[in-house]
Design a protein around this ligand. Sequence first.
Ligand SMILES: Cc1ncc(COP(=O)(O)O)c(C=O)c1O
Length: 440
Amino acid sequence: MEKRLQLFPHSTEIRRFDGVDRLAIGGCDLTQLAEEYGTPLYIYDQSALDAAVDEYRAALAAHYPGPAGITYAGKALINLAAARWAAGRGLWVDCTGAGELYIATRAGVPREQILVHGVNKSPADLWAAVETAGTIVVDNLTELERLAALADSVADFPQLWLRVRPGLAVDTHAFRQTGQDDSKFGMGFAEAVQAVTLCRTQGLPLTGVHFHQGSHFHDPQPIGPALDRVLELLAELRDASSWTPAYLSPGGGWGVPYHEDDLPHPSIDDYVAFLSARLAAGCAANDLPLPILHVEPGRSIVAVAGVALYRVGAVKRTSNRRWLLLDGGMADNIRPSLYGARYSALPVANPLRPALDPAWLGGPYCESGDVLIENLLMADVQPGELLAVPVSGAYHLMMSSNYNGALRPAVVWLQDGQAQLIQRRETVEDLVDRDEGMKG
Ligand SMILES: Cc1ncc(COP(=O)(O)O)c(C=O)c1O
């Protein structure tokens, strides 16, 4: 069970409250937070977010010989507090579409720190991007032509980067691969050559090239050949049109350990060291200037900082299983049902008591697939107890739903020993808020 504890934010400890050993994060008692804000509850520890950013910065400074920056991939978690935190830490914020752009601008993220992604940006997305972003990553030629048509409509037109598709896959779930040849994302190299020509003839501010191989990989090696191919493309572009990008972004995707079986896990430093060395060597081999390296992590910044709290409703025994039925599941965390993501959990009270039997942690929703965790060794947990699921910070709330009338959870932010509510729990009124009713 001690190993399981390592999955939690580093500020997690076991403290004695009211004569019981209980989990605390950032000095805050999880039991008290659950009582105050209800469950399911999502808790974010800012010190863990800060530590991840510090680790990226230190690794870039130690390993990359050129200038570097970090874009925080907002798709992993974006709300006013997270966007404000990211901007305050000097990160750029990647927004997908007009909705995330709205959140970032409402949070006060400065234009020059906003970068926009999207595989099929709508006219509204493009317009919002042109008006509010510092950088737009262009997915395809049609989009580029639409952007060219908007070029004269704003004084401060964003810089453009091209998203290219290296045509190679990384080792992750098929749903999370994006850089392979048949992927819907980005441009093939022939299109990228056309895009550069179009930008140059139209006088568009093209400054970067981006690729993203996929999400949640644990070995940086497969990024190497993709990076090599992109550098070959850059050499080709330089020879054909004397253009080289100021920025190169290899996207995000660095994985995290979700389960104690994933420990030990290679570090952010391992990933950045590999990337930096390969990029520097590739630039030298192709006689290219060192670009500004912009990494784009989401999960590896925000996943560990987030912990989900659930209350056990009923405990059920079937012929072969012990079911712990929770008050949350696929509506707040679709990842196990979507791609078999494997999680772990600890009881909040007496977390290190021995776990002898496997348990299946099921949610309350009307789907047999609504199982948050399968076959996990768990203590003798009773109805009414609280369970904490670590590594819940990325892609849970962003993919959450109102299935079965589920109310999206409250979100609490921990900073300097204080907890503050940054998003209230949805109410049943929210469920009908958009409804227009029926006439007559
Ligand atoms: C373009 C792009 N950049 C960055 C990311 C962040 O990936 P991760 O959260 O795995 O770091 C994603 C996620 O899919 C992405 O699509």
